[in-house]
Design a protein around this ligand. Structure first.
Ligand code: ADP
Length: 247
């Protein structure tokens, strides 16, 4: 199904662990500037799909086409550099550094390991930090240490750290897990804002949140695509209803 609006085309993707097919013949097409949510019961293969796309796990079948290049088999760090950023469920920020420092460190040309000896802040990177801080709603917390941010703020900071790498695709694994209602609302606004100039893949269980953010939904079951389309389409798909009621 080639289409110039697709920024990522995943075809026939598969991997087995000790003979168990965790992902099997998986097809997925990500439209530019859209939010595509992957849902499905526990163990359906959602996280493994993200692992395969970002090179954390090596696929045994299929292709992952990003900007017309097959990146399947590329190493994780190369895929990140090519423009696919991934945020895991638990935030991994530097708790004893400030919001500003966390953002600065995440820029590929930002502060490095020996920065305390000879680093000079670069105005263009600083400007980007300020823009990103504003985007994630932490512009008033620039000098606050990561460790004392709320759970939601830590999650947004990590999204900001991804944005500092200027990715074309952002993958988020359960971004609102453990968040308050207010934080969840702010996160859905943030994701909708991000997709104005990037494409976003989200794994999510919270159906209310999925309704708020999703342009498209893929339902996974037993490593395969069970249903795909708008939220309304997949919600009324008898195959989906059966799997969810069965759980
Ligand atoms: P989901 O994210 O939908 O809950 P996962 O992708 O985490 O599902 O897992 C899909 C299946 O693959 C599960 O049965 C899980 O136990 C199995 N699995 C995932 N990663 C590994 C691994 N590294 N080794 C063995 N089995 C794995």
């Amino acid at each position: 199904m080639p289409n110039e609006n697709f920024v990522l085309e995943v075809e026939d993707l598969g991997v087995s662990f000790d003979g168990f097919k965790a992902v099997d013949g998986f097809n997925f097409y990500l439209t530019r500037n859209s939010v595509h949510v992957i849902i499905g019961p526990n163990g359906a293969g959602k996280t493994t799909v993200l692992d395969l796309i970002c090179g954390k796990t090596r696929a045994t079948t299929g292709s992952v086409k990003f900007k017309d290049k097959n990146i399947r088999g590329n190493r994780e760090y190369r895929i990140v550099r090519q423009g696919i950023g991934r945020k895991f469920q638990t935030p991994s920020i530097y708790e004893n550094l400030t919001v500003l420092e966390n953002l600065e460190l995440s820029h590929p040309k930002g502060r490095g390991v020996f920065s305390c000896f000879f680093y000079r802040r670069k105005p263009d990177i600083m400007q980007m930090c300020l823009d990103v801080a504003k985007e994630i709603g932490l512009e008033d917390k620039l000098e606050t240490e990561g460790g004392i941010l709320s759970h939601g703020q830590k999650q947004w900071l990590e999204i900001g750290m991804l944005l500092m790498q200027n990715p074309e695709i952002i993958m988020l694994d359960e971004p609102v897990a453990g968040m308050s209602v207010k934080e969840r609302e702010a996160t859905s606004k943030l994701i909708r804002k991000i997709c104005q100039n990037r494409s976003v893949i989200v794994i999510e269980h919270d159906m209310e949140f999925v309704k708020e953010i999703a342009d498209r939904v893929t339902v996974m079951h037993m490593g395969k695509v069970l249903s795909e389309g708008s939220m309304e389409t997949v919600q009324s798909d008898p195959k989906v209803i059966e799997v969810y009621i069965g759980h």
